[in-house]
Design a protein around this ligand. Structure first.
Ligand code: IMP
Ligand code: MG
Length: 174
């Protein structure tokens, strides 16, 4: 069930098509160096699995779980609840997350992975809100630029719900 006040923003077809395009670009950019894909739980769950299957490359898979923050918190307040399994020292790493909003989460993860010795860190985000344009991340791979509206589905939740929706829905503006 789609909650009241939300309407379809991105269909399955659009998402699938864009995931394939992102995978093709990444495959080219990553070359033959082995890469470790680090998904940010829980939001990146479906995007990460679809992206990796579309890559047709042998990659290492790892995850980070970060404490979710309330508005007003600084990125320094974020904490790692569950860390990496693989040693990423000297490796090229690709961070995968669902959405870029303020950019605090992805900047925090990028910093953390560099501190762990990653040779190179790329960031892939399925969605980026308009307000995230100057988020401090260098040249992220973005699936879709979207309006500054709250979105759910395809991994994105509203208080832990609606992650399972296959498409992405946006809250209609009041
Ligand atoms: P940022 O740190 O402000 O860039 O926020 C990124 C994180 O906040 C994402 O990983 C999401 O988990 C969550 N988030 C931001 N915007 C939305 C939204 O519209 N719907 C659901 N989750 C969101
Ligand atoms: Mg998230």
């Amino acid at each position: 069930m789609i909650p009241d006040g939300f309407s379809l923003l991105l269909s399955r077809e659009k998402i699938d098509q864009r995931v394939r395009e992102l995978a093709a670009t990444l495959r080219q950019d990553l070359g033959d160096e082995p890469a470790t894909f680090v998904g940010i739980l829980d939001g990146a769950l479906f995007f990460m699995t679809d992206l990796i299957r579309a890559l047709h490359m042998n990659v290492f898979i790892d995850f980070l779980r970060i404490s979710s923050y309330q508005g007003g918190m600084k990125s320094g307040d974020l904490r790692i609840l569950s860390g990496l399994t693989w040693n990423i020292a000297g490796r090229q790493v690709v961070i995968v997350d669902d959405i870029l909003d303020s950019g605090k989460t992805i900047s925090f993860c990028e910093r953390y992975l560099k501190d762990q010795g990653a040779a190179e860190v790329r960031c892939v985000l399925l969605l980026a809100k308009e307000r995230a344009r100057d988020c401090g991340i260098e040249d992220p791979y973005i699936g879709f630029a979207i309006p500054d509206r709250f979105v759910i589905g395809y991994g994105l939740d509203w208080d832990g719900r609606y992650r399972h929706l296959p498409e992405i829905y946006a809250k209609e503006s009041e």
